[in-house]
Design a protein around this ligand. Sequence first.
Ligand code: AMP
Ligand code: MG
Length: 345
Amino acid sequence: METLLLNNTDGDIARAGDILRNGGLVAIPTETVYGLAANALDGAAVAGIFRAKGRPQDNPLIVHISHIDQWAGLVREIPEAAMALALAFWPGPLTIILPKGDIIPDEVSAGLDTVAVRFPSMRTTRRIIDAAGVPLAAPSANLSGSPSPTCARHTMDDMRGRIDAVLDGGECNFGVESTVVTLATPVPRLLRPGAVTPEELRDVLGSLEIDEAVMGQLREGVQAASPGMKYKHYSPKAEITIIKGTLDEFVSYAESAVVNGGEMFALCFDGEEGNIPLKCVTYGREDDPLTQSHRLFTALRELDENGAARVLARCPSTEGVGMAVYNRLLRAAGFSVIDVGKKCK
Ligand code: AMP
Ligand code: MG
């Protein structure tokens, strides 16, 4: 299959809408990451997303809408707390999970009785949904397990030959996926951190639990509330280890670390390159989690492009948006963290 590269023009947006309405697959820009979209109400089209990505069948998809009125048709009901979240954060990078309506195909919810819905803020995304005339199911447009794409080139690298088209809408603003919160539990629960922070959610909801999979690896035998969080994920080919500690401790560790074959790189903060005795790829200043989230996935792809075999990563702060950055880096590292302050694994 030849994959068309479409542009952000009226004509190409209409074309993307036609392809989607007719059961095709189009990768689309959003303010978080590029999404691989299909008509959310067409189970056969949605099944194509899982094939194109190689996505595990048990990992449900987020449904994207372009008007808040579309929401009511997708869920059983909209409780007060959900409407309060929508008023505070939509359109924007927040996904809300509720019991699903009958119209949602099983392919979207991966057999769960809930559905995740998001109303994106990027104008181009909403214009594509309008052009399709249907809500769009869209997970991140990477091959399953790879870092999510944040520009059309990365999307094409993964999806060329697998889908009908990629629409180039420029670089994504946030660069990590949406915050996911479920209201289908007795107490609202954060399943995936993103640009909307736990503090901001608590201000609206009053109470919020943080799922144990957010900051660590699920213990064996515990069922994942958000199936996507149980996988090693967002991973480049290089083996990554997060090094917790100060820059000096990182440098001492890097001086003694060895790699068997291939080259060792550092994934570090802007301005640290001169202090670290390794080739460096940077992902923002230490005190700037918004830039870190914008650049992390590009940095992970750059490490592969540079042929890194092993990567030692500086550990981001987990405050505010930093929680999302740490959560993604932890999965990219396959949960490998060394606390050099404590010298334990
Ligand atoms: P992606 O679209 O690739 O960003 O992945 C969507 C994320 O949302 C994955 O981590 C899914 O497991 C999660 N998700 C989507 N729908 C649900 C749902 N109904 N219940 C729990 N998690 C969900
Ligand atoms: Mg994804």
